[in-house]
Design a binder for this molecule. Structure first.
Ligand code: PRP
Length: 209
């Protein structure tokens, strides 16, 4: 008997929306939301891995998962060889530049600007496109702390409701890109198990609202 197809879902805020879209496509993955310590779930005829969002493309590119759900932010920050058949329209947010409300950066002044971010590649690309110079300081989370502690002058981070920025007295300066999550597929799996994968993609396409 064939092994079940392996699906990598991102832990955290997009997990629930991914489960909702899979449910509309006829795959009940709700059990994956319950036990947060359990990392592998055999449900709805699939094997579901719940991994850190930035790791989803890694699992799928290497074939440890056949399919996955990954944000445009993650896919553009660290491009990988993946088939990307479908924008699922979930996890909508934006990658934006922000700075303290009371300490705006003067982009024309020749001062040393430091930007804290989880996205050094996308930040570099934005700086180059704008003809700006800045030092990029890579952090792994709680980016908003950067300007509050004097570590950085600005941040580049995901903004969804805007509540985190407001709570930390930061204001959005510019949107770098709009972000949603996409279905990603391992290229070898697509060749070897194309019919099964096509069927899932078709059902998900109908489930996207
Ligand atoms: C994300 C992001 C912002 C926040 C934005 O962080 O990095 O901090 O959510 O959401 P909001 O605009 O709705 O407030 P997350 O909670 O994923 O954790 P992290 O800070 O560890 O990255």
């Amino acid at each position: 008997m064939k092994r079940p197809l392996v699906v990598a879902l991102p832990k955290g805020r997009v997990h629930e929306e991914a489960v909702a879209v899979f449910a509309r496509a006829g795959f009940d993955l709700h059990p994956t939301l319950g036990e947060t310590r359990k990392l592998v779930h055999d449900v709805a005829g699939l094997r579901v891995l719940v991994v850190r969002p930035a790791d989803v493309p890694v699992y799928v590119e290497h074939g440890a998962a056949d399919l996955g759900v990954a944000g445009r932010d993650v896919l553009d920050e660290d491009p990988r060889d993946l088939y990307q058949p479908l924008d699922l329209g979930i996890g909508a947010c934006r990658l934006a530049v922000a700075e303290p409300e009371d300490r705006p950066v003067d982009e024309r002044a020749l001062i040393h600007v430091r930007i804290a971010t989880k996205y050094p590649h996308l930040t570099r690309r934005w700086l180059e496109a704008r003809g700006l110079f800045a030092e990029i300081i890579k952090l792994s989370g709680s980016i908003e702390l950067g300007p509050l502690t004097g570590l950085a002058d600005r941040i580049v981070d995901l903004v969804s409701s805007g509540q985190t920025l407001a709570a930390n007295r930061l204001r959005e300066v510019e949107v770098i890109m709009k972000v949603t999550s996409c279905l990603v597929v391992n290229r070898a799996s697509l060749k070897l198990r194309g019919d099964e994968i096509d069927a899932i993609v078709r059902r998900l396409r109908q489930a996207v609202v």
